[in-house]
Design a protein around this ligand. Structure first.
Ligand code: FES
Length: 153
């Protein structure tokens, strides 16, 4: 059977009927048809699936969709779109903060959380530490850090 779950995603009130074992990542990608959030490791180790839930960052591959009733969820689609890029998206473009791009959505979801937290410093080391849960297989870390530093201004 399925269970009804209601949450806001990128500001849109949304209702979904999902099986109890559906993870949030699959609900976003498949049930809601929003492919920006990526499945990398599917085990909480790469950060490709990161989304915001009630203002914090989570691995959506590790969280059951039915646990999110009433939550406010933001995915990469909520940061801006092709016609209207957000500041962080522009900074990733300007600094080539990707190579293949597969990890980029997750990188940006963690990055925008970091940008909002003024306790986190802006040195290369601070940003790398704060971003350590996001793996980039292409090794574009230098440019990712530069993009985040630039977006912070
Ligand atoms: Fe969720 Fe890798 S796919 S952390």
């Amino acid at each position: 059977g399925t269970q009804r779950v209601s949450f806001k995603i990128n500001g849109e009130p949304t209702q979904l009927d999902v099986t109890p074992n559906t993870v949030l990542l699959d609900a976003i990608r498949h049930n809601l048809g929003m492919p920006g959030t990526k499945k990398g490791c599917d085990h909480g180790q790469c950060g490709a699936c990161n989304v915001h839930v009630n203002g914090t960052v989570i691995n959506s591959c590790l969280s059951l969709a039915v646990m999110h009733d009433g939550d406010e969820i933001t995915t990469v689609e909520g940061l801006g779109d092709a016609d209207n890029l957000g500041a962080l998206q522009r900074a990733f473009l300007e600094h080539d903060g990707y190579q293949c791009g597969y990890c980029t959505a997750g990188q940006m979801m963690t990055a925008c959380y970091i940008l909002a937290d003024k306790r986190i410093g802006t040195s290369d080391r601070d940003v790398r530490d704060a971003m350590s849960g996001n793996i980039c297989r292409c090794g574009a870390y230098k440019n990712i850090v530069a993009a985040i530093q630039d977006a912070r201004g």
